[in-house]
Design a binder for this molecule. Structure first.
Ligand code: ADP
Length: 360
């Protein structure tokens, strides 16, 4: 089924209503469309016609739904009109198998501007990268697990071994455990990046934070670090995947303890405002130099590889946290001062009061 283009040529009142100053728009590789408050397309550049496979100048006059033949485009316009901006992919149409990436933004005069790109190749490469990482991690998982098990067995008989051999075995064990950790985090990242659907449920952030802090209590005590949780009895509820959110909080608290000194305190604070629920993880540890602050969320990034005397760490923890938080429509930021400590703040949209019961 094809919806006939509703556009008209020059001299049409719509053309007169089109936003001005767009002479360079036809030089852009991205498609640009403007939708007025009445939901009519009042402008579309040459690339928009090419990407949407329409005759030149045929798009103005129609609606976003007619242009994209997908109600999700109209939903995006509605969302941008309501909240200022919105973005998303339109899955391939059966006819051509192309993915379209859309970004919509509302301007002061109430026009919603849509930028449309053919992202088929980009999405294909992203999928290949994710699949490669996923395959690699799966392939590595079995041998790495076996190496760890064999080392464990060897260590059981270590008493009989010469001290130098025993010491080497112990070092091997540390390295192998590090490898296992990296493989498991790579698998997590691949599955989060692969856009696996989130298991949505109502999650009490206070309970979740208490649980994660508890899981790290022994590790913290061993390092002489205290963990304090400041959270209301019944916490703010967010809609999300409890396992993934728990993992994100765990990673933050784990880092906070790892980069603290004996005698320091790690504080986990849960708060809520009208729109957002926040989890703040603050430590009194090493801090993060200013130049590194934005980069710590990149995969494999570590501030100072030599700094943590064999403490391990893969550099993947914070990139997992960021992915999880973004997948939940939230934000994460870090404030830090070297030698004073770091504070990571996660803000998540609070579940609507009407959210009701949880889905399976
Ligand atoms: P890692 O496995 O190395 O902890 P992350 O992605 O969790 O990987 O963190 C990346 C880097 O950011 C760490 O190696 C460390 O240099 C820095 N970092 C993270 N959290 C903290 C913190 N609470 N205090 C100081 N540095 C931190």
């Amino acid at each position: 089924m094809d919806i006939p283009p509703g556009g008209r040529g020059d001299g049409d009142p719509l053309a007169a209503a089109a936003p001005r100053g767009l002479v360079i728009a036809d030089d852009l590789a991205e498609g640009v469309l403007a939708v007025d408050p009445g939901n009519t397309i009042v402008f579309a550049n040459a690339a928009a016609h090419r990407i949407l496979e329409r005759r030149p100048a045929s798009l103005p006059g129609g609606s976003a739904m007619e242009a994209f033949i997908d109600h999700r485009a109209e939903d995006l316009v509605v969302a941008a009109r309501r909240q200022g901006s919105a973005a998303g992919d339109l899955p391939p149409r059966i006819s051509d198998g192309r993915w379209l990436g859309l970004r919509a933004r509302r301007s002061a005069d109430g026009i919603v501007w849509i930028v449309v790109e053919d992202v088929t190749e980009l999405r294909r490469l992203q999928r290949i990268r994710a699949e490669f990482l996923d395959n690699l991690s799966h392939e590595l998982r079995t041998p790495v697990t076996n190496v760890n098990l064999l080392l464990e067995m060897l260590m059981r008989d270590a008493e009989a071994l010469p001290p130098r051999t025993r010491e080497r075995l112990e070092r091997l064990q540390v390295e192998a455990a590090q490898l296992a950790q990296m493989v498991s985090e790579l698998l997590d990242l691949a599955s989060i990046e692969g856009g696996q659907p989130l298991l949505l449920a109502d999650v009490d952030l206070a309970d979740l934070s208490r649980e994660q802090a508890e899981r790290l209590r022994v590790y913290a005590e061993r390092n002489g670090v205290a963990i304090v949780v400041e959270a209301p009895e019944t916490g703010p509820i967010v809609r999300g995947d409890a396992t993934r959110l728990g993992q994100a909080i765990l990673n933050l608290v784990h880092n906070a303890v790892k980069f603290s000194e004996p005698g320091d305190t790690v504080t986990v604070r849960v708060d809520a405002s009208a729109e957002a629920a926040t989890v703040v993880v603050a430590d009194e540890g090493a801090g993060i130099p200013r130049a590194d602050r934005d980069r710590v969320f990149e995969r494999f990034y570590k501030v100072d590889r030599a700094r943590r005397r064999g403490q391990g760490g893969t550099g993947l923890g914070l990139s997992i946290v960021r992915h999880v938080v973004h997948a939940h429509g939230g934000t994460i930021r870090v404030e830090s001062e070297e030698g004073v400590g770091s504070t990571f703040t996660v803000a998540l949209p609070i579940a609507a009061p009407a959210a009701g019961g949880s889905a399976p």
